[in-house]
Write a protein that binds this ligand. Structure first.
Ligand SMILES: [Ca+2]
Ligand SMILES: [Ca+2]
Length: 76
């Protein structure tokens, strides 16, 4: 499990509650694919992977600076 995750998961139950996600709650609702009110590590990973695939516009498996910038710009 990644450090960033452990940091967010304050009660250490392996899931992120809306409270733990704080201002990212809106995004969390998005990642909570089974809609049980918390984001599991698997859901979190799936979300990140989906974002990566979307951002990797030329599909070469890595994000160039331009692809990262474009992905960030698209979020706004
Ligand atoms: Ca969930
Ligand atoms: Ca790429």
């Amino acid at each position: 499990m990644k450090a960033g995750w452990t940091e967010k998961d304050k009660d250490g139950d392996g899931m992120l509650s809306q409270e733990e996600m704080g201002d990212k709650a809106a995004k969390m609702t998005d990642a909570d694919t089974d809609k049980n009110g918390s984001v599991s590590a698997a859901e979190y990973t799936a979300k990140k992977e989906a974002w990566f695939k979307k951002a990797d516009t030329d599909g070469n498996g890595s994000l160039s600076k331009a692809e990262q910038d474009a992905a960030k710009a698209a979020k706004k």
